[in-house]
Design a protein around this ligand. Structure first.
Ligand code: PLP
Length: 409
């Protein structure tokens, strides 16, 4: 029995993504290069040598860290992560390919033992609250060759991580006595409201608070080298030049997506033109079966759709398990042969039913584009997000980690 089971498992394969009928993601290397170049050109205009950094959290916004990291490593100056174990993958990649180390920064929480590993690997961390005082004895006991490089997070109005201006003097004081193991090299903050508006009053108040916090840190720490200051994510980088400082933290727009329609509008005003961003991701799926349903047939769970006429459907082996939002049921369309095909009935765990009566000419298998372009038509992450009452950030980061990802030119 044991033997038979082993053979069976082997033939099934290593994971859920190995199914023969499955959807896959195509990542455009040229679109990614183009988007990085857009941000390089922005800072070029100002004539300063600013670090262009990319945010690779959330499995590179769902695009796939394993595929995106090799594509961007040579093109950018800083790589930002939330999780320490993801940041360490950069060092693994560099060692495997004999590449010089890039600046890597962990934005998220770090346990004391993880801090030791990051220090040894030369990865920067963010000190955002006084719990870091607990890491100091652990770092001392580790007898590091060089101190851990840290960036101090100032909460200027997001109400998330970071020292508030009130708390900063009291709560960050331990850094002064911990210079032997914690070297403050930078300071950062994060905006609360740059995407949702076209006037940046709140962001400007945050910038003022950032300046106040920076001045305090500089007087408290009296560091020999100036701090690397960074506050701008995609939206502020594009529409608030004052916020660019020494480093940019570009997330969503690296992947070719605008943070919001408001950011796009503001870019026209601030930059005089709207830079072209190219979506990196295309999501495709080969049909499992194409067949006719007679008039009056129901489609999917709950019998929420009934065919008013004979309907040629394609059953696609993709569903909410893979990240296609169930809330898009009854609203979404996919593209087949360059034509829009409505999603019929409910999105299921592993299936989507689409109407291909006009898009297909017979019952041979079809390839559907769930996200991306097919001929003249395209489905954007923004559209899918709209149908599902969410934002495109959530749509792309929820794309299943099990999906096959292929890099195309
Ligand atoms: C996610 C994140 C970013 C990137 O934001 P985008 O809007 O995707 O560009 C930058 N900084 C921090 C702290 C973040 O959490």
């Amino acid at each position: 029995m044991g033997l038979i089971l082993e053979v069976a498992v082997e033939s099934i394969g290593g994971g859920p993504g190995d199914a023969v009928h499955a959807s896959w993601l195509e990542l455009s290397a040229s679109a990614l290069r183009h988007n990085v170049a857009v941000f390089r050109a922005l800072e070029g205009r100002e004539g300063t040598a600013r670090a262009v950094g990319v945010v690779l959290k959330g499995n590179a916004y769902g695009h796939g860290l394993a595929q995106v990291l090799p594509l961007v490593h040579g093109q950018v100056d800083v790589l930002y992560f939330i999780a320490p174990q993801d940041a360490l993958k950069v060092r693994e990649h560099e060692r495997a390919h004999g590449l010089p180390p890039k600046q890597v920064l962990v934005l998220g929480a770090v346990a004391p033992q993880e801090a030791v590993v990051l220090a040894r690997e030369g990865v920067d961390v963010v000190v955002a609250d006084r719990s870091w005082a607990d890491a100091v004895p652990v770092l001392r006991a580790a007898k590091l060759e060089r101190p851990l490089r840290v960036h101090v997070h100032i909460d200027t109005g997001l109400g998330r991580e970071g020292f508030t201006l009130d708390g900063l003097p009291r709560e960050s004081h331990f850094l002064v006595e911990a210079r032997d193991v914690l070297e403050v090299v930078g300071a950062l903050s994060h905006f609360a409201n740059t995407e949702d508006v076209t006037e940046q009053g709140y962001a400007l108040a945050q910038l003022d608070a950032f300046e106040t916090g920076l001045a305090f840190l500089e007087s408290q720490l009296k560091s020999a080298k100036p701090l690397q200051r960074h506050i701008a994510a995609s939206a502020a980088t594009l529409v608030l030049p004052k916020a660019r400082y020494e480093a940019l933290r570009v997330g969503i727009s690296l992947y070719g997506l605008w943070p919001s329609p408001e950011t796009r509008l503001s870019a026209r005003l601030v930059l005089g033109e709207v830079p072209v961003l190219k979506p990196v991701l295309t999501w495709k799926c080969r049909s499992q079966v194409v067949k006719w349903l007679p008039a009056g047939s129901y489609v999917g769970y709950g019998c929420t759709y009934r065919c008013p006429e004979p309907t040629r459907i394609a059953v696609l082996p993709v569903g909410y398990y893979d990240g296609y939002p169930r809330l898009a049921s009854g609203k979404a369309h996919v593209l087949v042969n360059g034509r829009r095909c409505p999603v019929l009935g409910r999105v299921m765990m592993n299936h989507l039913i689409v109407d291909v009566t006009r898009a297909a000419h017979d019952e041979r298998p079809v390839t559907a584009t769930l996200l991306g372009r097919d001929g003249e038509e395209s489905v954007s992450a923004e559209s899918l997000a709209g149908w599902a009452q969410t934002i495109h950030y959530e749509v792309v980061t929820r794309l299943g980690a099990h999906l096959k990802r292929v890099v195309v030119e």
